[in-house]
Ligand binder design. Structure first.
Ligand code: ATP
Ligand code: MG
Length: 247
């Protein structure tokens, strides 16, 4: 099933001095159950692209459809219930872990019909944490609470913007495995921005390489990382490997 279709997306930004294109004519599609890792140099437009997909921003030109329907025709809360977002560092609201989890559905205008403690267990947290002050948790634990908060909406798609880059290896692997499990069991679709090529290989889905707002390479992760065709993709991957990225 086609989840997202992206057709000739353009987005300009103003850097205080001049206008430039953060996205330039980007077209792609995402199918149900895909895990798409999005890589590319800093400033290449990865975060900008994710923001368009649950309407935190709109493109200047081009069209996005979700489940065949123009994004602008979706009720934005319905869309955000189905298409959840997790950032690099999640903001915990003051209050308990349970309150933070329950806030996910409230953000999209609903009540939580799942047990918050079951959600915590699902993301690998002990349910006894439910009564703790969320802001007292470690970074890795907070990232899991943020995931539980999004999963409380039972999303079909997750947009993940470097969700594990502030975590240690173990915590990062835990989140990868959790999401891979949800992909296998529930057909969860993920668009996952990462700078970690070893992580992209572990997720082993599709990879898109962005460069200066353009999608310069897309295909199965192993092929894209091992045999990039486009010069900009080659250059980016080479520079990452020189910094000691595993393959
Ligand atoms: N709110 C904003 N206002 C103006 N310019 C912005 C804004 N957000 C991003 N930009 C610029 O748009 C371009 C694309 O930014 P974007 O955040 O999408 O890059 P990125 O690929 O996510 O980079 P990184 O890997 O560093 O997170 C960059 O040049 C950035 O400086
Ligand atoms: Mg970014």
């Amino acid at each position: 099933m086609m989840m997202f279709s992206l057709d000739d997306l353009w987005k300009s930004r103003f850097d205080g001095k001049e206008c430039f294109n953060a996205l330039e004519g980007l077209s792609a599609s995402v199918h149900g159950g895909d895990i798409v890792t999005i890589v590319g140099p800093s400033g290449s437009g990865k975060s900008t692209l994710l923001l368009l997909l649950n309407r935190l921003e709109d493109p200047d030109r081009g069209r996005i459809t979700y489940l065949g329907r123009d994004l602008r025709k979706w009720n934005v809360l319905d869309l955000r219930r189905q298409v959840g977002m997790v950032f690099q560092q999640s903001v915990m609201l003051s209050g308990t872990v349970r309150e933070n989890v329950l806030y996910g559905p409230r953000l999209v205008g609903r009540e939580c019909d799942e047990d918050p403690e079951a959600l915590l267990r699902q993301v690998g947290l002990d349910s006894s944490l439910a009564n703790r002050d969320a802001r007292d948790l470690s970074g890795g634990q907070q990232q899991r609470v943020a995931l539980a908060r999004v999963l409380a909406n039972d999303p079909a798609v997750l947009l993940l913007d470097e969700p594990t880059s502030a975590l240690d290896q173990n915590a990062a692997r835990g989140i990868e495995e959790l999401l891979l499990g949800m992909q296998r069991e529930k057909g969860l679709t993920c668009l996952w921005v990462t700078h970690d090529l070893a992580q992209a290989l572990r997720l082993d889905g599709e990879t898109w390489v962005l460069d200066c707002g353009r999608l310069v390479e897309a295909g199965p992760t192993v092929e894209v990382l091992n045999q990039p065709q486009h010069p900009a993709a080659r250059e980016y991957l080479r520079s990452r490997l020189e910094r000691g990225e595993a393959r």
